[in-house]
Design a protein around this ligand. Structure first.
Ligand code: NDP
Length: 337
């Protein structure tokens, strides 16, 4: 038997723990070309909220009764595929469950000697790629530009502000607590708490993780020919019918702004280039990262809801088991660099 977390009801407004259910399921056996994997870390991500609205966007919605699939890191228990052995670390899309079967072709083998395995879900995984693609391919940042990142103490945002700085930009970040702001300042980033202060400077690029009021304010601060990277709009995910806005779209015309959205899955072909540039920065500590680790699969809904109340600094992860074959996974990787 194994445990899995399913959507019990489409959340109305803020997701609640009662919108999810932990259930027992029969364990599956891997067939040819498949792996049985025990999860160690599972990811909770803001985009999952968009899959809980009952509406198809760029990806199919979860229906009540569906297991919440998503990024996960675990160890192979049984391999029926060439190139994988018991104990190997893999990154999969197994989602919120203890154990599951995946096609070996869909699993990425991880080398725990190169980087802590949890980073495959954060700074060296999808969120890190999102930050890098947004700045390099979408905004096309240039040294000397001023780049403002909202949600700057989160998984994507903390990578984005630091990549901007490492690429010779003046990086400004906002976050929702003084502790998060202190961390950003310790990284050499100009930072402020958006609950008590607001952006004052002229900017060339706005990397938008939040939408709503912050987008409106950034439009007013963008310089002529400025760019907006529309990465996310977390302030609206639980209130899609909220107030209309921004009210100052006229700036797009008068300042000749470019606003471009993107979805990171369209850019997976850039993963090698991303790792070649960002991997060494992470290894040397020039680019730092944090992880907020919640223990227990049953706490995945709580961790997920915490994304919308700012409970995380850096990447929010749920640790569902201790690595059976590698004691390094038993230690929370918390902070490096
Ligand atoms: P984070 O690690 O940034 O976690 C979410 C953070 O958002 C919280 O910690 C909180 O920080 C902040 N937040 C929550 N509610 C609000 C609000 N109402 N107003 C302002 N800030 C809020 O998550 P990710 O790094 O994984 O994702 C960041 C953004 O990037 C999201 O919008 C997400 O949807 C988007 N994204 C887009 C992708 C793409 O392909 N386009 C891919 C991956 C992510 P605080 O304490 O500072 O408020």
């Amino acid at each position: 038997m194994t445990r899995e977390v399913v959507l019990a009801a489409v959340p109305q407004g803020m997701p609640r723990e009662s919108d999810f259910e932990v259930r027992e399921a029969a364990g599956a056996e891997p067939g040819d070309g498949e792996l049985l994997v025990r999860n160690v870390f599972v990811s909770v991500d803001p985009y999952m909220r968009g899959r809980m609205t009952g509406v198809r966007t760029y990806v199919a919605p979860f229906a009540p009764g569906d297991v919440i699939d998503g990024g996960a890191v675990g160890q192979v228990v049984t391999s029926r595929a060439d190139g994988f052995a018991e104990g190997d670390w893999v990154q999969t899309m197994l989602g919120w469950r203890d154990v599951g079967v995946v096609a070996a072709a869909s699993a990425n083998k991880l080398n725990p000697d190169v980087a802590p395995v949890s980073t495959a879900l954060g700074v060296l995984g999808m969120p890190g790629l999102t930050a890098w693609v947004g700045l390099v391919d979408i905004a096309r940042i240039e040294p000397g530009e001023t780049v403002y990142v909202s949600g700057a103490a989160g998984a994507v945002g903390s990578a984005a502000v630091q990549i901007a700085k490492l690429k010779g930009c003046h990086a400004i970040g906002s976050a929702g607590s003084d502790e998060k702001v202190e961390w950003l300042r310790s990284l050499g980033v100009e930072a402020f708490n958006y609950k008590t202060a607001q952006l004052e400077k002229k900017i060339d690029v706005y990397f938008d993780n939040v939408g709503g009021d912050q987008l409106e304010l950034a439009l007013s601060k963008l310089d002529t020919y400025g760019r907006v990277v529309a990465c996310g709009a977390i302030s609206r995910y639980n209130d899609p019918a909220g107030p209309p806005g921004p009210r100052n779209m006229g700036f797009v015309v008068t300042k000749r702004l470019r606003i471009q959205g993107f979805i990171v899955t369209d850019h997976f072909a850039r993963f090698g280039d991303f790792l070649a540039e960002v991997g060494p920065w992470v290894a040397s500590g020039e680019l730092q990262y944090r992880e907020t680790i919640v223990d227990g699969l049953e706490n995945a809904p709580k961790a997920f809801a915490g994304l919308f109340t700012g409970d995380n600094t850096g990447k929010m992860l749920v640790r569902v088991s201790l690595g059976a074959c590698d004691s390094r996974a038993a230690e929370p990787p918390s902070v490096t660099g």
